[in-house]
Design a protein around this ligand. Structure first.
Ligand SMILES: Nc1ncnc2c1ncn2[C@@H]1O[C@H](COP(=O)(O)OP(=O)(O)O)[C@@H](O)[C@H]1O
Ligand SMILES: [Mg+2]
Length: 345
């Protein structure tokens, strides 16, 4: 059974001038242990949607079921107990600046009935889990953005939640730090079998760690599926935009680059390989090298790695006996890799 079940969930804000339908009849099921991404532009309703998962935001209509329990109407003690099952991290970390790393992490445990020494012991373990050993006594102002988010993650895990909600958790971080934090989330997902719901406006974040994704536009989920199929065949215009934003980022400035490569590598065969969801690009290349006595020179790669598969293109130079080069092309094709011959010197 799914750990998260949304049925026709809506959230309408009544503002002075208008009714704003932030979330409009969204139905979703998320499985235990899954990393589920929600992508959309600003104002799409992502934050409102995730805030309904821990009931920071009440639902206007529809039902939110978490672990089989309808949480839409919880109040008081029941609501507080339920919230312990759901941790959350934010774009701007939301740390207490007057407290140390360890004290920030131990904070959610103050209501848990644990003694102070038990709380600190647990916080110490969490510090280790998120890779902050040695920084226990630092203050947030002394940490980098990535380290602050690690504290946020540790604090969110303090009560051993079953679900972690991430609201644009990497949006304030540079690309390398983003990757490190995503790695950590993936690691925690695997180690703890933690269900993660991650919202973002960046497709590369979805691609790197999510198993499934829902695309939101104007309060609605307009597309949903495994990240791999959404990448292969985006159905809606908005999804196509997100996929393109990610894949084309540094697309070879084609014609000019090609002319240069043809001049620079006149020998053998210049080939573009097209990966549309292969297991691992390295495996297929090394297989070719093992099977055929030819040389492969990788000139350029524009490969995007999802949680499981590779997408993109790779320009390679193949040199060696003509018959073997031709056979190797057939080998690529037989293994589902697209082949486009660009030049044969
Ligand atoms: N408390 C609120 N009162 C009124 N309107 C709100 C409130 N919170 C969000 N909204 C509106 O709901 C829509 C969705 O907002 P939000 O969920 O924050 O989108 P996202 O996280 O995708 O940027 C926006 O039009 C926003 O202005
Ligand atoms: Mg938001």
């Amino acid at each position: 059974m799914s750990i998260i079940n949304l049925k026709e969930v809506s959230r309408i804000f009544n503002t002075k001038n208008a009714e704003v339908t932030a979330v409009n009849k969204v139905s979703l099921s998320i499985e235990k242990g899954e990393i589920f991404g929600v992508i959309g532009f600003s104002g799409a309703g992502k934050s409102t949607l995730v805030r309904m998962l821990n009931q920071l935001e009440p639902t206007t209509s529809g039902t939110v079921e978490i672990g089989g329990q309808n949480v839409s109407n919880l109040k008081g003690r029941e609501l507080r107990e339920f919230r312990k099952k759901v941790g959350m991290i934010f774009q701007h970390f939301n740390l207490l600046w007057s407290r140390t790393v360890l004290e920030n992490i131990a904070l959610p445990l103050e209501l848990s009935g644990l003694s102070k020494s038990e709380r600190l012991k647990r916080a110490q373990e969490l510090t280790k889990l998120v890779g902050l050993e040695g920084r226990e006594n630092a203050y947030p102002s002394e940490l980098s953005g990535g380290q602050k988010q690690r504290v946020g993650i540790a604090r969110a895990l303090a009560n051993e939640p079953e679900i972690l909600l991430c609201d644009e958790a990497t949006s304030a971080l540079d690309p390398q730090t983003t990757d490190e934090v995503l790695e950590l989330l993936l690691d925690i997902n695997e180690k703890l079998n933690l269900t993660i719901v991650l919202i973002t406006h960046e497709m590369n974040v979805i691609r790197k760690i999510c198993h499934r994704v829902a695309v939101m536009e104007q309060g609605k989920v307009v597309e949903e599926g495994p990240v791999i199929s959404v990448f292969r065949q985006p159905q809606t215009a908005i999804t196509q935009k997100f996929v393109k934003q990610d894949i084309v980022l540094e697309e070879e400035d084609s014609q000019e680059t090609l002319r240069y490569l043809i001049e620079a590598y006149p020998k053998g065969m210049l080939v573009r390989l097209i990966f549309e969801g292969e297991k691992a690009t390295e495996t297929i290349i090394s297989k070719v090298l093992r099977e055929y006595a030819i040389d492969v020179n990788i000139l350029q790669a524009n490969i995007r790695q999802t949680n499981q598969l590779s997408f993109g293109t790779m320009l390679i130079q193949l040199t060696g006996e003509q018959a073997l080069v031709s056979e190797s092309l057939a080998f690529f094709e037989k293994n589902g890799v697209g082949v486009e011959v660009i030049n044969y010197g």
